[in-house]
Design a protein around this ligand. Structure first.
Ligand code: KL2
Length: 558
């Protein structure tokens, strides 16, 4: 393990920007040098203005090619994507009410997940209020458009919580047959971390960075988007206690919170509308283990089991986490993820032995196509020979060649390579053993028991899809979820257990989900270029360095 001062070298090695130079489109520093591997401490520091907004030009490092350099990226991730949107040509000017519009359509949903769709989804424009820089002065406000993208053209009711339409939308639908709900994942940038990492926010005017300026904006954004479930990261404990919790309660949310261990005073919150859900259980997860040297970091997760109203026998498992940032410690990140998955596997089983629908939100500090990302989506990872610095894909050329040890975490963690608590695993194997004996006796079936022959193979039990596709398919331009002066990438995700489709059933896929989730729509992300037209993040109206992710789901009965 690296000592903390060495882990921090990444940022300290970069010369502090002197604030005197202005970026131009013709900058001699090419994007691949500035942004190689997303985190540029293997490359040259590029001077940018101290107050970017005062001397605004397009930064020189726009372009889709940066993430394509990531050798882990697979083309099919692009091809899977069905969504495409162009930036709205017009920016709204100051004073115009930011608007959320929601659309109502009726009919039947198809059963494909967005990744399988081939037609373009419907789009609905949602104008999030963000600062627009007019190229001369920074004072002019504007908006940048985010579109709602719908995958289900015939859904019965798309619940759109427009301020104006709120009353009429109450009719939405909470019948026993369908249960639609929205989930947001949002890293709200704790003030403490903002101040600790102030070099990331040199492009911002100071007054936009103070908490008393930022919080009303964040709250307004949450209020407008009006999600039924909020998964928030970087929620600073004193702010949570004094204003965040009460503000959200007055918007109709019940809030559960898990603070990080150690000295960093932020944590993860999951808040849900009490009009939609009741709390069955709240399960905090601490990734710090004093008896395991590997697990010396203070990140946490939170897993809730919620009961949707009007669905008396149903439960939905919602997990939220913020994994370790350190790009070089993929070993810790994978172990933290395994711990979260084990807790979910502990919380989500239903009486009939299947898992309830699962949604995992968070800031995973890992990019699309990285081994950690692929592990989540594919449910397996052979990490033999994998360098710890390559796990998250944050750095394309990580220094140091340390390879993941096999196994990654020690046995005393009590979590198997299948990412379940060892005790559960034992019970499962005993049951499987009994079945095998029975099968041998009647000699009619062949039962294969999955064993952990190769310990360099990780597995998990969930079939997870990502709400977002990470690239705009027609241009290949990456979506970004965070954008500040050192980085513009996707690190935040909403993963969900998709309802099994017919193809899977025919292929004999394990049907461990009696109920599943269908993705109805999502609030489209933006490109880095679009975000820099409003001076990146945070800006005048968007007060975190992350964008909120937002998805609408339908709970499907099988
Ligand atoms: O990338 V983040 O920001 O998902 O928004 O998660 C971490 C980083 C967060 C919690 O640790 O703080 C930020 N360089 C850049 N960002 C850092 C650093 C660093 N050395 N350390 C923490 N963060």
């Amino acid at each position: 393990m690296l000592p903390r001062q060495v882990q921090r070298l990444g940022r300290d090695w970069i010369a502090h920007w002197n604030g005197s130079q202005i970026l131009t489109l013709n900058s001699p520093v090419p994007s691949y040098m500035r942004w190689a591997g997303h985190y540029p401490w293997a490359s040259l520091p590029l001077p940018v203005p101290a107050d970017f907004s005062a001397n605004w030009r397009l930064p020189p490092f726009f372009g889709p090619w940066r993430q394509f350099q990531n050798s882990n990226w697979q083309l099919d991730n692009i091809m899977q994507s069905s969504c495409f949107h162009l930036p709205g040509p017009s920016m709204k000017s100051e004073g115009e009410e930011p608007l959320t519009k929601r659309r109502r359509v009726t009919g039947q949903c198809d059963t494909s997940t967005p990744e399988e769709e081939i037609s373009l989804p419907h789009q609905e424009t949602l104008c999030l209020s963000v600062a627009q820089n007019d190229g001369k002065h920074s004072s002019k406000k504007g908006t940048i458009k985010r579109h709602w993208e719908y995958f289900c053209q015939h859904s019965r009711t798309m619940k759109m919580k427009d301020f104006e339409n709120k009353e009429s939308d109450q009719s939405n639908t909470e019948s026993e047959a369908d249960f639609d709900f929205t989930v947001m994942s949002y890293n709200i940038l704790s003030q403490n971390l903002l101040e600790d990492n102030s070099h990331l926010y040199k492009h911002c005017r100071q007054r936009l960075l103070i908490w008393t300026y930022r919080f009303p904006n964040i709250l307004q954004e949450i209020k407008q988007l009006d999600a039924d479930v909020l998964c928030l990261q970087e929620v600073q404990e004193d702010h949570y206690r004094t204003e965040i919790k009460s503000s959200l309660e007055s918007l109709g949310y019940h809030c559960e919170y898990k603070m990080r261990t150690g000295r960093k005073p932020d944590g993860c919150a999951i808040c849900f509308k009490t009009s939609k859900f009741s709390l069955i259980s709240s399960n905090p997860v601490e990734f710090f283990r004093h008896d395991i040297p590997l697990l010396d970091r203070d990140n946490v997760g939170l897993v809730l089991l919620l009961q949707p109203h009007c669905k008396t026998n149903a439960a939905i498992c919602i997990a939220n986490t913020h994994l370790l940032y350190n790009p070089r410690r993929g070993d810790i990140k994978l172990t933290q993820l395994a711990m979260l998955l084990a807790e979910i596997a502990n919380v989500a089983p239903q009486k009939d032995g299947t898992f309830c629908p699962i949604i995992i939100c968070g800031d995973f500090n890992s990019v699309p196509g990285s081994p950690l990302y692929r592990f989540i989506k594919e449910g397996k990872l052979n990490y033999e020979g994998l360098a710890i610095g390559k796990v998250s894909g944050q750095e394309q050329f990580p220094r140091g060649q340390r390879i993941l040890s096999i196994p990654i975490w020690p046995k005393k963690l009590g979590i198997s390579q299948n990412c379940v608590y060892e005790l559960k695993q034992q019970q499962k194997e005993e049951n499987a053993g009994e079945k095998l004996e029975a099968a041998k006796q009647d000699n009619t079936q062949e039962i294969v028991i999955a064993s952990e022959k190769s310990s360099s193979k990780l597995q998990h039990h969930f079939k997870l899809s990502s709400v977002y596709s990470h690239y705009f398919p027609e241009t290949g331009i990456p979506e970004v979820t965070t954008c500040h002066s050192r980085s513009a990438v996707t690190v935040d995700y909403i993963f969900y257990s998709a309802a099994n489709n017919d193809t899977d059933a025919q292929a004999g896929a394990e049907d461990s989900f009696r109920r599943g989730l269908k993705l109805l729509g999502r609030l489209a992300l933006l490109t880095e270029k679009e975000l820099w037209t409003v001076n990146g993040l945070p800006n005048e109206n968007n007060s975190s360095d992350h964008l909120p992710l937002l998805a609408e789901f339908r709970l499907i009965e099988r």
